[in-house]
Design a protein around this ligand. Structure first.
Ligand code: HC1
Ligand code: SF4
Length: 573
């Protein structure tokens, strides 16, 4: 242990700790901007590029960046000297001198860390006005807007994209005043191997990276003469409340339905219904592969960023992911066929809006494979944050709304579908059904605890009728790469694998209220989903009566011809 003092207070910290770590232990606040530590310091950004965290060390003239300076024995640090405070202020003033001041209309207004630090330091003028490095905005993708005029070169996005997601798209390019974070050759985002997971924008401290905002498209749809139906993803209901100051992890399903109705959607349905359907198709596919010598392991395919990742990085293995469309895409396909028929409508009379915790779903909805003729299965995707904006715009008093129920026939769901939103949930839901399909017996204990939690890669062997089924779960694309490389080299012997691109699964999606890698927030959201599962009478997808009706009335056999036509897809290298 290393002993030092900060502001005359003594502290001992492990060797290799930084001054910032030691200050945290003493509960001494040092402002930071570029620094980021995620998931209990499993990952951190230590570029020390902004220097906002400078402190003074007794006996030295130069200031030290607290986030990147290791402690040493006997150090005497002061965080509150005139010199340190003045330097911090000047640094922020210089950052502001090269930053547009359109805060009122910025995508990150209210969530911007530069805005906050400027406010905390009481900055009220642009002290060094002059030329601002200006770059064209990259609007090429359906998911992410890249506005480098707002970039402060903190490199958090690069750390996220390279160290955690291992996609390596974003890096520093250019020199001097022309430096930006971008892809090689400054290619537009939609021409790169970016997965649109959006985790870079979730950690961007300013509005340099933000999601494509589709709110006005939804208002236009609502004000049109089309029938506008909305579906909500499992993870939205345990995070939306945070945008209204409610306790983290609050389950707001009923209020969310009420708000969507007040906004003016013609039908309020649940992606969970389609998640139950996905389970029937995915469990049937898994059983088919096991019984007919098909390709194993089977990988889940509901996460679009993960799909794009394997299409780019593991194109030699395109036969292992399940051919199932993701639940919200299955929902879209059914809305424009099954629901349309029931209502006597044509597909083009219907607009399907998805509310998702994810920004990659925006890109997914535009994939040509996921449409029928000129009609996309899903027309518009908004995130949890965008839905919160709409609720605020409509002046709905969210917290005091009465609980309402989803509409039917696409609103009924079981507990199995709700847990899709947490890492491990999809495979747990699949097992609940596969077990009963394969054995014909009732599964008494439906909770597979070894598949739950935030461990990067989870493994379990489940006995089904004397057969050992090997399962793996990973979340975060770096962990996914690790698993995929094991499979490619023949070192893994799994039957089924669930992969989600975002740490924590969809509860940690880039469209959720910003969680800054705080594990306690992800835990609470996860627990909210497990609570909803436990509260349901039906907890296995194949018990959903509306799904049974759907097969009887419309689809025929699970994994049959019509199901293939509407609910399955293909991948491209
Ligand atoms: Fe997800 Fe899914 S769980 S991908 O994480 O399979 O986004 O919540 O909607 O489609 O159901 C996201 C969440 C979501 C799909 C489902
Ligand atoms: Fe990298 Fe994901 Fe950002 Fe794309 S969206 S640049 S893959 S972190």
């Amino acid at each position: 242990m290393i002993k030092l003092t900060i502001n005359d207070k003594e502290v001992s910290v492990p060797e290799g700790s930084t001054i910032l770590d030691a200050a945290k232990q003493l509960k001494i606040k040092i402002p930071t901007l570029c620094h980021m530590s995620l998931y209990d310091i499993q990952f951190f950004n230590q570029s020390a590029s902004c220097r906002v965290c400078v402190v003074e060390q007794e006996g030295r003239n130069n200031l030290l960046p607290a986030c990147a300076t290791p402690v040493s024995e006997g150090m005497k640090i002061r965080t509150d000297t005139k010199k340190a405070i003045r330097a911090r202020r000047t640094i922020v003033e210089l950052l502001l001198s090269d930053h547009p001041n359109d805060c009122l209309i910025c995508a990150k207004n209210g969530d911007c860390e530069l805005q906050k630090i400027a406010a905390d330091l009481g900055i009220r003028e642009i002290k060094y006005p002059g030329e601002i490095a200006t770059f064209p905005t990259d609007n090429s993708s359906k998911s992410i807007v890249r506005n480098m005029t707002k970039c402060i070169l903190c490199k958090r996005c690069e750390t996220m994209c390279s160290s955690i997601q291992t996609v390596d798209v974003l890096t520093e390019i250019g020199r001097g005043f022309d430096t930006v974070m971008g892809a090689a050759f400054n290619l537009p985002m939609d021409e790169t191997t970016c997965t649109f997971c959006g985790q870079c924008l979730a950690v961007c401290p300013t509005g340099a990276l933000s999601e494509v905002n589709n709110v006005s498209k939804v208002w236009d749809a609502i004000n049109s003469d089309k029938v506008v139906i909305v579906q909500t993803a499992p993870a939205v209901r345990v995070a939306l409340g945070e945008e209204f100051g409610m306790e983290v992890g609050s389950l707001v399903t009923g209020k969310m339905v009420g708000a969507l109705r007040r906004i003016g959607f013609d039908r309020v349905f649940d992606t969970d219904f389609a998640a139950d359907l996905t389970i029937i198709e995915e469990a049937s596919e898994l059983i088919h592969r096991i019984q007919h010598g098909g390709k194993l392991p089977m990988l889940t395919s509901c996460c679009p960023a993960w799909v794009k990742f394997f299409e780019h990085q593991f194109s030699d293995m395109l036969d292992i992911p399940s051919s199932c469309k993701s639940p919200h895409e299955m929902f879209g396909a059914l809305s424009k066929t099954y629901f349309a028929e029931k209502m006597g409508l044509k597909a083009e009379d219907i607009i399907v809006v998805s509310v998702m915790p994810c920004v990659a779903k925006k890109y997914e909805a535009a994939r040509p494979e996921l449409s029928e003729g000129s009609s996309s299965d899903v027309d518009i995707v908004i995130t949890t944050r965008e839905l919160a904006l709409m609720i605020k715009e409509a002046s709905i008093d969210f917290e005091n709304l009465d609980d309402k129920e989803f509409d039917n026939p696409l609103g009924e769901s079981t507990g199995a579908s709700v847990i899709f939103g947490a890492t491990g949930g999809v495979i747990e839901a699949t097992l609940r059904t596969a077990y009963e399909f394969l054995t014909g017996k009732t599964l008494e204990n439906v909770e597979f605890s070894s598949l739950r939690g935030m461990q990067g890669i989870k493994e379990a062997t489940i006995d089904i009728n004397g057969m050992s089924i090997n399962i793996a779960v990973s979340h975060g694309l770096g962990n996914a790469r690790h698993l995929l490389e094991k499979i490619r080299s023949g070192k893994a012997n799994y039957h089924a694998i669930e992969i989600m691109a975002c740490p924590g699964g969809c509860i940690g999606g880039a469209g959720q209220p910003f969680h800054h890698g705080d594990l306690s927030i992800l835990d609470k959201r996860m627990n909210g989903l497990y609570k909803e599962d436990r509260g349901k009478t039906l907890r296995k997808s194949h018990e959903n009566p509306m799904i049974k009706k759907l097969y009887d009335e419309f689809l025929g056999e699970p994994y049959g011809e019509k199901a293939h036509e509407l609910l399955h897809t293909t991948y491209v290298a």
